[in-house]
Design a protein. Structure first.
Length: 105
């Protein structure tokens, strides 16, 4: 059974905004794009750079600020070089009392 943890209020993150969170000591980002929220591991798989300050697009992509690798927020899949491995993604649930993210097993 999946375990979800409350990580934010629904009004806390503006459109195209983000919040750094910890999921069992794993650095992650909660991102708000359109009507959806996404949670991804906060590390570029190319060189370990945090994605925290990377630009987020309306196309549900985040770009690594160091070398420009892009990742799909929905799947974690790398969209261009130099990254070749995906970032981990986490299930997100928006509930009446806030935003919850699935804790990794």
């Amino acid at each position: 059974m999946s375990v979800f943890e409350k990580v934010a209020e629904t009004n806390e993150i503006p459109e195209l905004g983000r919040k750094s969170i910890l999921l069992d000591d794993l650095p992650a980002l909660l991102l708000h794009v359109g009507d959806a929220y996404y949670a991804i591991e906060d590390v570029c798989t190319h060189d370990g750079q945090p994605l925290t300050e990377g630009p987020v697009s309306e196309n549900c992509e985040i770009t690594c600020p160091r070398h420009g690798a892009r990742f799909d927020l929905k799947t974690g899949k790398p969209l261009c070089m130099p990254a070749t491995e995906p970032v981990q993604t986490f299930a997100v649930e928006v509930r009446s009392d806030g935003i919850y993210v699935e804790i990794p097993e």
